[in-house]
Design a protein. Structure first.
Length: 133
């Protein structure tokens, strides 16, 4: 859950992903849909951290549904849910969205991740969140 924790240490990402790592995701307005290498993951996490701050959110959590995991050789696919939350003394509010992920491992490190989710539904939920704040 390093992405959900917005980890910005290149060294920590290098322990998990290959130097040729590539993540693809739908274009959300925050980037071009491709994240490359450990440095790209740090930039992605900084972008997520800024988005969370703009929303006043205190937590981003990704959860994988274990019953959805399918794998063949070094390729895994699963369903995931991301929850963005504000948790403090006054509020406990969250929004969630789900999608599918494909992970490819090479030499026990992530070499590719492909995330798929409904960008329009996520943007609508984020807009509703901001309007109600």
């Amino acid at each position: 859950d390093m992405r959900g924790e917005c980890v910005v240490s290149v060294h920590k990402w290098r322990d998990l992903v290959s130097e040729t790592f590539e993540m693809t995701l739908p274009i959300t307005g925050e980037g071009n849909g491709r994240v490359k290498g450990p440095h790209g993951l740090v930039a992605d996490c900084l972008s997520l951290r800024n988005l969370l701050a703009d929303l006043g959110a205190t937590r981003l959590r990704f959860v994988i549904d274990p019953s959805s995991v399918v794998h063949v050789d070094n390729v895994f696919m699963c369903q995931w849910t991301a929850t963005i939350s504000v948790v403090n003394d006054a509020d406990n509010v969250s929004i969630s969205h789900s999608g599918m992920a494909k992970f490819v491992f090479v030499d026990h490190r992530l070499s590719a991740v492909d995330l798929r989710f409904d960008v329009f539904a996520l943007n609508a939920a984020l807009n509703d969140w901001q309007a109600s704040s």
